[in-house]
Design a protein around this ligand. Sequence first.
Ligand SMILES: [Zn+2]
Length: 418
Amino acid sequence: MAALVDRVLQEVDAARDEIVEFAAELVRVPSVNPPGEAYQECARVLGDRLERLGCEVRYLVADDRPEHSERYPRVNVVGALAGSAPSGGPVLHLNGHLDVVPPGHGWTMDPWEGVVRDGRLYGRGSSDMKAGLAAAVFALEALRRAGVSLAGTVEISGTADEESGGHAGVAWLAEQGHLTSARTDYVIIPEPFGPGRICVGHRGVYWFDLVTRGRTAHGSMPFLGVNAIDSMSRVLDAVRDELVPRLADRETRLPVVPDPARRATLNLNAIEGGQTGPAAQTPCVPDRCVVTFDRRVLPEESLDAVMAEIDEIVAAVGVDCARFDRMVVPPVRTPDNGPLVQALAAAVETVVDAPAQEVASPGTYDHKHVTRIGGIEQCVAYGPGTLEQAHQPDEWCKVEDIVQATKVLALTTHALVG
Ligand SMILES: [Zn+2]
């Protein structure tokens, strides 16, 4: 066993440059979402590599989803390497998202060049999460090169739209029966939590709008109308003074990182009211104002109570204000001490030489679809990179992290399906 582990780790070390080059190749495909640019090309880069690994590769297009169009096809790719067990053996699925967020401002380099400098791979998507996809592919490649034959099946998928909710990606694969508890035992999502950390879930999300209504009138005689923006400013005062301090007092037992995200939080995402935009202004009292809030929900909170609390605070203001749901995502949590977490933790200890740290994500990711739609409880996120680099200008991922995470994924794969 020790000899096998050594062989696998040596194969990963020997493949170091290839792994980084493959991650860079993925970074060079600007699969920007929105709008969902170059999915086909990005899926093809991954699919071609999986074919060379001996996988049976399928391209699954979510063409029944409203996000899909001819210009922006929602392409997912799944490669499967069947095991030697006659009964099929256990199935491990490694899933990464193909999309990256737009580069945004503040870059000091080309976000699509994929250069390595001072031991870091730079570029949009390097941490989030093309290095993770490369680590998954080369974990399997290292096992193959080390002559390890697996009893169970390993699948590797690259999917669309994680950054915009994953409905044409992982959610769709689960709905179509490609990623369900009937055929999949374990799922690892190599999101960037770093080589020493295992992510076991995330807080819930409640996005909602508050809409105040007033009565329009001529702007020279505002006393004849009811100003919806004035009403909203009173609502916002109440939210800031009463709701936000209450949330800061609540802390979850879920090990969310960074620490301040262990609390319930509320972000004011957007506000719109009156005559916005470049059009010429007319003197009118605004009769409608809309704000969008992002409330992050702790597993210890109930969604009904979360909504009731908002309604109670808003009602006390005494203005015409209604609440509308935008998106609800319940919290998810991998069961404690399952075989997946145990196998990963043991591999982390071998490779990183320190106990694995269990964490939870401040934001939501595709784990929710795997568990809620696919019914697969044995799901975690584990991969190279750092969360703090995600969506930042000059995004990077440490080369050493990529190598370590590849080793951990290889040993975990062997432990689970070997
Ligand atoms: Zn990501």
